[in-house]
Design a protein. Structure first.
Length: 261
């Protein structure tokens, strides 16, 4: 079979959830399925993109694997804008000012640090799009630091850019597992696929069931114990971030549609 037959026009090399870090270390990547150095001459005109430094790729990325469940100390409103203060004894000792931390899946910048406490500045856009405004003192929050370049990718690519918040419709136990049914806003429904990845409060999960106005995820005992999803109740808001690859595919397909008109 000729190598050209292996080319997939809209599949990025790094789309695989079991990504090979060696691919990302190369200076270029392409829309071809094969590695850049293996491209035949017939593909030399294919679009390529300059690769940013390896460390820079992951300085703003997360995996959806929660490191600690912190607790809210205060949600403050002042002249300098709203601020969120949390207690996180486990990760605070390794945090520096300016670091990125996903709080319930929302990427925030550390603006203050003292002993076991972290402070974050909040934008009005962040408050309107996420469940952070609904937090109160002692609310549990999922925390994950930005991915280090040498770390394993155990979940899926999560940007920390929350698309929306949605209500929990049902939370049911089945043995040691937990079944969560969540609202699926119509404007985002096309990003969700059965067995696809989704981040719920920053937790990397798999879509188990897809319905017209909702979707279902299952939460295993370990995830229940190590995140705030185990205590989630119907009616509560959770943050949703839809799959990054689906968004890029939509953008590329829209661009191709415009060109063909």
């Amino acid at each position: 079979m000729r190598r050209e037959n292996h080319v997939r026009k809209v599949t990025l090399e790094w789309a695989s959830s079991s990504i090979n870090a060696s691919l990302l270390a190369e200076p270029l990547f392409t829309l071809a399925a094969g590695r850049a150095k293996d491209r035949p001459a017939s593909l030399t005109n294919m679009a390529t993109f300059a690769m940013p430094p390896f460390d820079a790729i992951f300085s703003f990325m997360f995996t959806g694997l929660i490191e600690e469940v912190g607790s809210v100390l205060a949600l403050l409103a002042g002249k300098g804008g709203p601020k969120l203060q949390i207690v996180a004894p486990r990760i605070t000792k390794e945090i520096h000012l300016g670091d990125s931390v996903a709080v319930n899946g929302c990427c925030l910048t550390v603006a203050g640090r003292s002993e076991d406490q972290l402070t974050f500045d909040l934008l009005e856009e962040t408050l309107s799009r996420t469940n952070l405004e609904a937090l109160h003192r002692d609310s549990p929050v999922n925390l994950e630091r930005a991915l280090a370049a040498h770390a394993r990718l155990g979940g899926h690519f999560v940007q920390g850019h929350v698309d929306c918040s949605a209500r929990i419709l049902a939370s049911e136990e089945s043995g040691a597992d937990q079944r969560l049914e969540l609202e699926l806003p119509a404007e985002f429904a096309h990003y969700v696929a059965s067995k696809g990845s989704i981040a719920v409060n920053g937790v990397s999960l798999t879509v188990a069931e897809l319905r017209p106005e909702s979707f279902v995820v299952w939460v295993i005992p370990h995830t229940r114990a190590q995140t705030n999803l185990g205590a989630a109740r119907p009616g509560e808001l959770v943050n949703l971030e839809f799959d990054l690859i689906a968004k890029y595919l939509e953008r590329m397909l829209d661009r191709n549609a415009v060109r063909s008109e």
